[in-house]
Design a protein around this ligand. Structure first.
Ligand SMILES: *Cc1c(COP(=O)(O)O)cnc(C)c1O
Length: 383
């Protein structure tokens, strides 16, 4: 059996282990320490935000953002429907009610038109949401200008789920810096990793200070253990922050490699598209810069002589190549079956026809050849 080609595997640089060794040598093996502070500083610079709190995960960052915005039982929160479940789960942690918003076709992210109708309806019903969570899917920025403008009209804060979009930007403004809060993830499959980790970003110093307080069990300032708030154990370890420092140093290289993957796939498929197929991509609108975390294609069988994304995925599977359908929209998930949603058919279609291709920044020439050989076989069969 050929070795496995992963969708997106960790890609460690040169300095990570030096920082980890430094943590060991100085005995800073705790959810605080010099690497945590330095990593936060570096994240602020990278994302052009004033304040960052390094946390255990993107999920915990989203959870704290909701808590800081005062989201409580039976409040509503608007969330992009097509996303990873971690965007929506923290809404449920708070006992709040998610309302799912469909996507537009350009970026595949939250549709500003639907967002406006959902907000208008909520206003008529006298119950505006406590927050709006757009997502930058696969690194492609959502239409933040429009989303922020509409959110402002209704005075609802935006939590920007930039878990997949570190290194992406709109007109050179980094993803993660648009909302009241920005959320990053450093899970093992993301563009850079700390094995597991996340961060909460904001311009608001007080909010980030509060996030750090809540993330370390909400201890009041007293020599004994005293608590006036419910706390969480959400702070990033100094060891992992060391990995994060090294990974941030190579972020630009990782983005370049992933963008190069996208170009290679695009060039490969153009050969078939010129021969009567029609494989589609997530394209960057003017001024948009995607980190191209994952290269995704849309395979509509009607325009591709019967080829479906499942045909490709299963053929890959026999060759030990990992590919995955796009995120299954939250409004289709059994766990959110009773949730309200505002739909236009776009995310259903994306899920039906969408496939994420192997996209690691460490893909080798040999691996690309195996992927293209496998695809060649499929296209030849359906030609
Ligand atoms: C990965 C991811 C998260 C969660 O991040 P974790 O660090 O895994 O908790 C949230 N939202 C999106 C869109 C993600 O892809």
């Amino acid at each position: 059996m050929n070795s496995k080609i992963w969708l997106s595997s960790p890609h460690i640089g040169t300095n990570e282990l030096n920082y980890v060794n430094e943590a060991f040598d100085t005995n800073w093996i705790a959810p605080l320490g010099p690497h945590v502070n330095a990593f936060e500083q570096a994240l602020q610079e990278q994302t052009q935000t004033k304040h960052a709190a390094a946390l255990t995960s993107g999920t915990s960052a989203l959870h704290l953002a909701l808590i800081l915005l005062g989201v409580k039982t039976s409040d509503t929160v608007f969330c992009q429907s097509i996303t990873f479940s971690a965007s929506a789960n923290p809404i449920a942690y708070q006992g709040a009610i998610p309302v799912f918003i469909d996507s537009e076709e350009d970026t595949w992210n939250m549709d500003p038109v639907l967002l406006r109708s959902a907000l208008e309806e909520a206003k008529q019903n006298g119950k505006l949401p406590k927050a709006i969570i757009p997502v930058h899917l696969y690194g492609m920025p959502a239409k933040m200008d429009e989303i922020l403008k509409i959110a402002k009209e209704y005075s609802v804060p935006v939590i920007e789920d930039a878990a997949e979009a570190l290194g992406s930007s709109i007109n050179n403004k980094p993803c993660g810096s648009f909302g009241e809060f920005g959320v990053l993830s450093f899970n093992g499959n993301k563009i850079i990793t700390t094995s597991g980790g996340g961060a909460l970003l904001s311009e608001n110093a007080e909010m980030i200070e509060k996030a750090r307080f809540l993330a370390t069990q909400a201890r009041d300032s007293a020599p004994h253990y005293q608590h006036s708030h419910i706390g969480y154990n959400y702070r990033m370890s100094n060891v992992l922050a060391g990995i994060g420092r090294g990974q941030l140093e190579v972020l630009n290289d990782r983005v370049a490699a992933r963008r190069n993957n996208f170009e290679r796939y695009k060039q490969y498929f153009s050969k078939h598209n010129n021969a009567g197929f029609n494989i589609q991509f997530q394209e960057e609108p003017d001024g948009y810069h995607s980190n191209r975390w994952l290269t995704c294609i849309l395979v509509d069988p009607i325009n591709n002589k019967g080829i479906t994304r499942e045909i490709i995925r299963l053929e890959f599977e026999t060759e030990n190549i990992e590919a995955r359908p796009l995120w299954k929209p939250m409004h289709q998930q059994p766990v959110f079956a009773s949730s309200k949603s505002f739909l236009n058919g776009v995310s259903d279609k994306l899920f039906e026809n969408g496939l994420c291709l192997p996209s690691g920044s460490n893909l080798t020439e040999e691996e690309f050849e195996r992927i293209f050989d496998c695809l060649d076989k499929i296209f030849a069969k359906y030609n």
